[in-house]
Design a protein around this ligand. Structure first.
Ligand code: ADP
Length: 252
């Protein structure tokens, strides 16, 4: 089974059906970019994978585990909150806004979850945090507070913080769209490295050059459905569907 296997996922808010039966497979080590106009359901779908939202229908497996439910004799039972929290720990998520703790340094932000949630020793957590800071190019800023860092640096710390939990899957929700244009490149460069290192990633983005260069699969969503999916050279380079064509031509 692929690392992520989502089948016919539906989700409504009140009477607004935002996801109308989404299927998605992501193989281990692959990068999938989700593209589509605002309101098409991309963020909601990511949040469903990470169980920040409860799905109404369909099923999502991550690493062979059914998310949120146990399947016993063909019947679905909702998992306990503790079990859901354990599943969520395996998935890293990076948001548009970095959400770092403002009163903690970069290093302290990164060690927080491994210490509190996994009960790691201070030494182990700090050693890994320093390696991760080095990996995102910020080892020399380990003692800086978020307010002393640029937006791009804060987002790189947020990526390191997610990686500190050693996730099997990373979700990125428009990680560069709140950044000044000159800071976008440094965050995308870190994400590229992560992809090259073999991390499985699902990335909601409007950065076409990133999608073209890094994604194994590009998924174009509109109106809560997958309109078109495939390698970037097809979906971006030679889109078949008129809605994909219209979306891409607006970006150019
Ligand atoms: P995208 O990421 O493609 O811009 P979203 O998943 O953010 O799309 O939103 C899809 C639709 O779901 C939008 O119409 C949005 O208003 C609606 N929506 C998202 N979250 C909520 C919520 N918590 N309550 C009500 N409506 C929501």
């Amino acid at each position: 089974m692929p690392l992520v296997h989502a089948v016919n996922v539906t989700k409504s808010f009140h009477h607004n059906e935002v996801l109308k039966g989404i299927d998605l497979d992501v193989d281990r080590g692959q990068v999938v970019c989700l593209l589509g106009p605002s309101g098409s359901g991309k963020t909601t779908f990511l949040r469903c994978i990470n169980q920040l939202e409860t799905i109404d229908g369909g099923r999502i497996w991550v690493d062979d585990e059914l998310m949120g439910y146990a399947d016993r004799d063909g019947k679905l039972y909702r998992l306990k909150n503790k079990e859901i929290a354990a599943q969520r720990r395996e998935i890293g998520m990076v948001f548009q806004r970095f959400n770092l703790f403002p009163h903690k340094t970069a290093l302290e932000n990164i060690v927080e979850a491994p210490r509190q949630v996994k009960g790691e020793s201070k030494k182990t957590a700090r050693e890994r945090a320093m390696k991760l800071l080095d990996r995102v190019g910020l080892a020399d800023r380990c003692n800086a507070y978020p307010a002393q860092l640029s937006g791009g640096q804060q987002q790189r710390v947020a990526i390191a913080r997610a990686l500190a939990m050693q996730p099997k899957l990373m979700l990125f929700d428009e990680p560069t769209s709140a950044l000044d244009p000159e800071l976008v490149g440094e965050v995308l460069a870190v994400m590229r490295e992560l992809a090259l290192d073999g991390m499985t990633m699902i990335v909601v983005t409007h950065e076409m050059s990133f999608a073209r260069d890094v994604a194994d699969t590009v998924v174009f969503m509109d109106g809560g459905v997958v309109v078109e999916a495939g390698p970037p050279k097809d979906v971006i380079g030679n889109p078949q569907h008129s809605r994909t064509q219209a979306f891409l031509s607006r970006l150019r």
